[in-house]
Design a binder for this molecule. Sequence first.
Ligand SMILES: Nc1ncnc2c1ncn2[C@@H]1O[C@H](COP(=O)(O)OP(=O)(O)OP(=O)(O)O)[C@@H](O)[C@H]1O
Ligand SMILES: [Mg+2]
Length: 232
Amino acid sequence: MQNNVLIELNDIKKIYTVGESEVHALKGVSYSIRKGDMVAIMGPSGSGKSTMMNIIGCLDKPTAGRYILEGTEVSTFDKNQLARIRNKQIGFVFQTFNLLARTSALENTELPLLYSDVNAKTAKEMAMKSLESVGLKGRETHKTNQLSGGERQRVAIARALVNSPAVILADEPTGNLDTKTGDEIMKIFTQLNESEGITIILVTHDPEVAEFARRSIHIRDGLIERIEENGR
Ligand SMILES: Nc1ncnc2c1ncn2[C@@H]1O[C@H](COP(=O)(O)OP(=O)(O)OP(=O)(O)O)[C@@H](O)[C@H]1O
Ligand SMILES: [Mg+2]
């Protein structure tokens, strides 16, 4: 394994077959992401961004190519093996927050721990700490519908963080937020990246959001078109 490389994509291809036709969503993507990096994936609609995130997040498998996560080749893993690595190593944040309705911030944050072997008391402590790290101390018992959009996304980040994953993946995390709230969410991501060294990969179509990342990977038509250093 190369020094500090967390994610290694090697000539990754993804072909979706729909009936008789094939969609070549990724046509040979090679890229490595180091531990502690913060990367934005940009590109037009349909260029393959979510496909790439799904593969990095072990939600889907490449049709061809090798994906090595923390030194383990996961591209050959079956569904159960992928689920296990996903639960341990990956935290997800989505555009639509994906929180359980009528459920408290604390319970939502504890959710990923249900599938691990931590006991209830420890789970609660971990979730409280996670909520505190996104600035939601005092909001733990609020239900999803009693929180603002920005607060909901912060609960989603706390949930993604709670079992200390190797990487947080966020697909358009500010897509449903106004500019000011989106900036607050991006500040939380940059703070987690800078002070805790958490690796973050996010998809965005907004150049101002991408600038919060250390670099931007521009995807076009299933291939990396160029990499832009953002000077952070
Ligand atoms: N499950 C699927 N089955 C068939 N085709 C798919 C599937 N998922 C994506 N595609 C196709 O693969 C291509 C890449 O899709 P993808 O969702 O990765 O794009 P994207 O860059 O995330 O776009 P957007 O910005 O609109 O979210 C598109 O042509 C899309 O229609
Ligand atoms: Mg997408």
